[in-house]
Design a protein around this ligand. Structure first.
Ligand SMILES: Nc1ncnc2c1ncn2[C@@H]1O[C@H](COP(=O)(O)OP(=O)(O)OP(=O)(O)O)[C@@H](O)[C@H]1O
Ligand SMILES: [Mg+2]
Length: 335
């Protein structure tokens, strides 16, 4: 990131210098130059006996002024485009994760028939103490596994490892019996949805935000996702319904509504594996209960759910609970 950032700063520095120079050139100089040239040609024409009246010359110069301002706009647009292209080229190459795509070439597609397994999994962030030390978990396909544990114990980190957000050592995390490092991460992310506690909504309507995640979603899909996320009543109560503007970063709706909108957007991806990180943290107990029932229905219909929560009530339908506070992290079956 540091290297990329330096390169971007370097490009921006050069763009700023170019901008200052080109500003002098584009701001009026071209018009003055062309007007002068037109006037000069007209004057030569008259002086050499050509039939050009002063009034005609004034008209030509006036119309040329309009033409030159159009040319000026075209030139400025072209310069702005070149400027923006060079400014964002590095940013786009970074977002595109070109290196990641190369690394994933030839890797196996994501297939899960049994589950996700951690075997003596260790993980530490660079320069920090190990937060996961030789842990052994299993997340069975088609089951709901709940994760509880103290703040900072590595629960969200584990979800990040499963989605390939952080690199994990070889032979410590498996999808069925295949090391996750041998699996194409892009394919994995197509099949796994992580709904996080950190929600980001774009300015626009509720519908815009949903369609951004799932552009192909049908109206029926959207209605289903909103229903599963317990948003149907809320949207029905809005004068503009699904066309309601959520504002900058979703500030025009409440925290709990934002959270449920993120759930609806996640569900619209229609992946059968869901990783939920504190998705009920801002919900009232009644809505939380309905949401838990809906996820229960999903797990009964074959969805694999791994959900982290500080609220055990939300996990009451989980088939298994893993407690990060217990020294051996042993999962235990719920009655
Ligand atoms: N990107 C990161 N870089 C460095 N350290 C991190 C990063 N993310 C988390 N940590 C640290 O790793 C530890 C585990 O963080 P994590 O977010 O996984 O905890 P958590 O169990 O999800 O906590 P919470 O219940 O508060 O959400 C914490 O000490 C945290 O400060
Ligand atoms: Mg967390």
């Amino acid at each position: 990131m540091e290297k990329n950032n330096d390169k971007i700063n370097d490009v921006w520095g050069r763009v700023a210098a170019f901008d200052s120079l080109s500003g002098i050139w584009t701001a009026g100089f071209v018009i003055v130059l062309f007007s002068g040239v037109t006037f000069g040609i007209g004057a030569i024409f008259i002086l050499t006996g050509g039939k050009l009246l002063i009034g005609q010359l004034v008209s030509i110069i006036t119309y040329c002024g309009l033409l030159y301002s159009c040319l000026n706009t075209i030139m400025q647009t072209d310069i702005s485009k070149a400027k923006n292209d060079s400014e964002y080229e590095k940013v786009f190459s970074y977002l595109d994760m070109a290196g990641e795509r190369e690394k994933n070439k030839g890797k196996q597609p994501f297939v899960m028939n049994k589950g996700i397994y951690c075997k003596n999994l260790c993980f530490s962030y660079p320069g920090k103490e190990e937060i996961l030390s030789n842990v052994n978990f299993s997340f069975e396909k088609g089951k709901w596994t709940g994760i509880v544990g103290p703040s900072g114990s590595g629960k969200s980190t584990l979800l990040g490892l499963i989605t390939g957000l952080y690199d994990v050592n070889d032979n410590e995390l498996y999808i069925d019996s295949v090391d996750i490092n041998k699996i194409d991460r892009f394919d994995l992310r197509e099949r796994v949805t992580k709904i996080s506690q950190d929600i980001f909504l774009f300015p626009g309507t509720i519908e815009d935000n949903l369609k951004l995640i799932a552009p192909e979603a049908s109206d029926a899909d959207v209605a289903w996702a909103l229903d599963m996320a317990c948003l149907t009543d809320f949207i029905g109560s809005l004068p503009c319904g699904i066309k309601t503007d959520v504002g900058e970063a979703g500030k025009l709706i409440s925290g709990g509504e934002r959270q449920r909108l993120a759930i609806a957007a996640g569900l619209l991806r229609k992946t059968k594996i869901l990783l939920l990180d504190e998705v009920s943290s801002s919900l009232d107990p009644y809505t939380e209960e309905r949401l838990a029932e809906n996820f229960h229905k999903l797990s009964e219909s074959g969805y694999t759910i791994i959900s982290v929560s500080h609220k055990r009530e939300f996990l009451k339908y989980a088939d298994k609970l893993i407690d990060f506070a217990s020294p051996d992290y042993e999962g235990y079956a719920l009655a």
